[in-house]
Design a binder for this molecule. Structure first.
Ligand code: HEM
Length: 248
């Protein structure tokens, strides 16, 4: 099939799945922003995105998007390395105009994936997964957020993830438009500017959220209000999450 056999087709798959993931990131950062203004509203959003059929369908489509994007990224990188033959690792000759991010998309993507593994273990594996396995959990979304950001290592790990995501998105976003054929010079420079603004706003908002949650999580009363056992959260986040109860 053309989308798998030709290099143009593969690039197009990369671009389309990448743009889909940009939409997800945008939705996700806006959804988290609800928690900045209304913790109760955020709890309601998290309950809505539990293990209902539409949330499960959304997760499956999203997972497919990630898996295809990741498989194709390795495939295209291998293909490029083969095409460059012995010069595969020779970076010193690259033209000055080639962005640093474009040369390092695979490494940046791998850092984002590592961040996501930590993130999914902290949240998805404790919120949606148990429900999928038939357990009925009484929890609040804010409780999970405070329990996670109450850990000292969470904020630095997330900030590293956001920086990698920023570089990955600024290059990936405009190059996706190039891959799907929108590559005249005027539009390409417009997409580059849009990509920078979009990635900056999204990653900055993620960082503001993470810092705000970390500050809020320092307040024990705040934690306990949303069902986090503060005796154990300092020692062991996982134990504290197991003891979460519905605070409402
Ligand atoms: C301040 C930063 C962030 C916070 C507080 C946050 C919070 C959450 C929460 C609470 C969930 C669980 C939702 C549920 O299962 O009902 C979740 C899921 C998820 N997050 Fe994040 N997130 C953050 C940043 C990110 C970033 C930067 C990415 C990716 C680049 C990401 C990717 C995901 C994915 C893939 C899921 C699973 C979605 C699903 O269940 O379908 N998150 N996040």
């Amino acid at each position: 099939m053309w989308l798998t056999n030709s290099s143009v087709g593969r690039k197009m798959v990369m671009g389309i799945t990448g743009l889909f993931l940009v939409l997800f990131v945008t939705f996700h950062v806006l959804m988290n922003a609800v928690a900045l203004f209304s913790p109760e509203g955020y709890n309601a959003v998290c309950r809505f995105l539990g293990a209902n059929w539409y949330a499960i369908l959304g997760t499956l489509v999203l997972a497919a998007g990630f898996v295809i994007h990741i498989i194709y990224s390795f495939w295209l990188t291998l293909q490029n390395r083969r095409a460059r033959g012995n010069n595969a690792y020779e970076v010193s000759k690259r033209p000055a105009t080639v962005e640093w991010a474009s040369q390092n998309m695979l490494v940046l993507g791998i850092i984002v994936v590592c961040f996501m593994i930590v993130h999914l273990v902290q949240f998805w594996a404790k919120m949606q997964l148990p429900e999928l396995l038939g357990e009925h959990l009484e929890f609040t979304g804010m409780g999970f957020v405070y329990a996670a950001f109450g850990q000292v290592w969470t904020l630095p790990v997330y900030l590293i993830g956001f920086i990698a995501l920023w570089f990955h998105m600024t290059h990936g976003f405009w190059s996706a438009f190039q891959s799907i054929g929108a590559n005249n010079d005027i539009w390409l420079s417009r997409w580059k500017a849009t990509a920078k603004v979009w990635a900056t706003v999204a990653c900055l908002l993620f960082a503001i959220e993470a810092i705000w949650f970390t500050v809020q999580a320092q307040d024990k009363a705040n934690m306990e209000k949303y069902g986090v056992n503060t005796e154990v959260v300092v020692e062991n986040a996982i134990e504290s999450l197991i003891t979460i109860t519905d605070a409402e």
